[in-house]
Design a protein. Sequence first.
Length: 770
Amino acid sequence: MDTPERNQISTALSKFEDSPVFNYINNLSPIRPVKSAHITQTFNSLSFSSPPSVFTSPHVTSFKESRFLRRHNPPSPLKPKDSSEDVNKVYSNDEASADSTLSHHNSSELHESADKGILVGDVSIALSIEQTKFSDELPQSLQYNCGSPGYDPPLCCDDGNSILELPSEAASDVGFVQEGCKTDSAEPELHLQGTSQIDPKGEGSDCDWDGLLHNGADLLIEEEAFKGLMQKPLGSSLRLCDYVPLQQSACNNDQNVHMVDSVASASEHEIENHCSELVVAVNTDHTQDSLANGSFLTSNPNEKMDNQLVSVTHRGIRRRCLDFEMAGVRKNSDDNSNTGSSTAQSEVRNASDDKQLLPAKRNANSQKGILPGIGLHLNALAPLKDGTGIQNRNLTSGRQLSLTNSTSLLLSACQENQHLSIVSVSVSSERELDLSGNDVQPAEDSSLVPAYTADEDFNPNSPKKKKRKSEPVGDTSEGCKRCNCKKSKCLKLYCECFAAGVYCIEPCSCQDCFNKPVHEDTVLQTRKQIESRNPLAFAPKVIRSADSVPEIGIDPNKTPASARHKRGCNCKKSSCLKKYCECYQGGVGCSIGCRCEGCKNAFGRKDGSTSIVTEGETEEETETSDKGVEEKAIQKTEFQNIEDHLESTMVATPLRISRPMLPMPFSSKGKPPRSFVTTITGSGYFTSQKLAKPNPLWSQPKSFQTVADDEMPEILRGDSSPIACIKTSSPNGKRVSSPNCEIRSSPTRRGGRKLILQSIPSFPSLTPRP
DNA sequence: GAGTTTGAAACT
DNA sequence: CAGTTTCAAACTC
């Protein structure tokens, strides 16, 4: 049974990998045939699982990783490490000493693996390719882990094997393991852990664990969560403890190990989804395990063992918790960090931790980034003009996965950005690519420099922030500076940052700002409220088809103004010739939807004469009435297309928290224009915040084109109603462009087929909420 | 930097 | 839905 099952299991695991979370859930159910999971398989599965977890909460992994990194300063060189191991380490760290030995290996390995795993997860989301890579790597990593130089990989392998081999026990254990592992692919980890546990590896790790425990709130949180889980399922928890000792006492306790793993994995899975859920799942797992391994439960001589178990469980929990925590942790961290800079805070924490722990900040960052992905990125991104730059770098770096890269980059780049990175990641690696392309493009180049600097800064972590602050990158300076809200608490659309879906950061001069990661909940709630009123509230105000000219499939000419303001302006005194006019500010011509008086918008007048300035040309052309009509028709069609894209994209993107803010150099001040610009390209949507100022008229005409690249703060989007994609008529009857749906501009916006939304004649049905 | 203008956002 | 108020950016000095 065992051996054959093992094979099956392995295959099954691979399957699971495909849909880790779901699989995991399934696995949780005892239904699944018990399998002695092969270590390798488990590893693979783990790796795979991680990706799914990523889906749930990629961020979490990142955190874990970061933590691990910290912990592990020493070893992690092994790239391919089992996430499981890492996880284990983490958990072990929490608890401790006994596990520590194991944790060591694990930790180091975990770090890498975790990172990878995280990355994988992210990647999986974003890129299938990356996933594949990870999967590939994972196995290797696992191997490495097992035999990883630093750590005692072999042991793990052995353990795993032994476990598998174990007959009766193994069967039961395996079953558990499988369940747990399955989803997370924790098996490998478990095995590793078990092995590690068995072996004294952990010793070094012990220290790490301790450090981890100390490390940070994250760890603490995890631990707490873990503990809570453990405790809740008293039986299970006890079991764990018991098991642990047993394992130690009884070297073989593969079962125990399995148990742990299973639990951990299960917990992890759950964690990914929800902490509470995780806990429950864990409990269940434990119970099961305990049931299966009654002996283990009973025997728990050594706390260490318990620790191990706990650690193991923690791992799973951790990850999930991490993910889960990410939000919470972030909050916490944010709170902490917030003191300094809201966005940076979390990053800082992580960074600090990471720094402490290890050199591989990247990983940590990436990890962090992943976790945080939830939401905050906006800030990170925003401040960045850099964001783009970062992404680019990532891309350029071509590290593992674009996602990972992006995440890592974001993280590194923007301390706060981690969140962003996540988002971006979630979106897709493609974006990054696109971004890179886009970013690279024109306008931002100028900004890029600063951005890069910022990025670099980010990499260094702490320095990043400083640099940012200290260095106002050209664009960034502006970008950095965002709002100056005094009464709105930055929780209203008055606040540019909030409106842009970005957290306020240091550069902001706002007072009583609540638009910080610390107040993420508040921010999200507020957003929801606002969106409930106006689904497009956070949508880019200006939808621009990519630059009309280049892009197109559509005649550039036809697109008078490359873009249109979603609602249209209502200018009375500015004649739409000043930034008071959102249309003008957005570098787009006024359209029929505008209620402006005396429109003289250089980009195009609403009367149709709108000078449509082809973006490239920027100049307004006098309108082409003909064009106007055609455009409208086109726009409609395009719009629909766009909507489709948006919808698809929206759906795809879990959270759009982050918007990379491109630092658009705006006019003199250089602040990004209020309105976001959304460019729709065939490839994707990007919404840029204000950053982009398309207008040539503006300080930077290029920005326009390039600007489009800005990604909307997807975070917000995510939060924001999915509606975004949908075009809706504004409440006012104004046109509403799909805000959220940001189409990622292809790397080459221009080049890409663009859907030009310009003026949207009407958003008929789609408008969800007028 | 302070004050004014402007129009969007929010409120009624 | 319209009118009013609030708000913060844009602008001016």
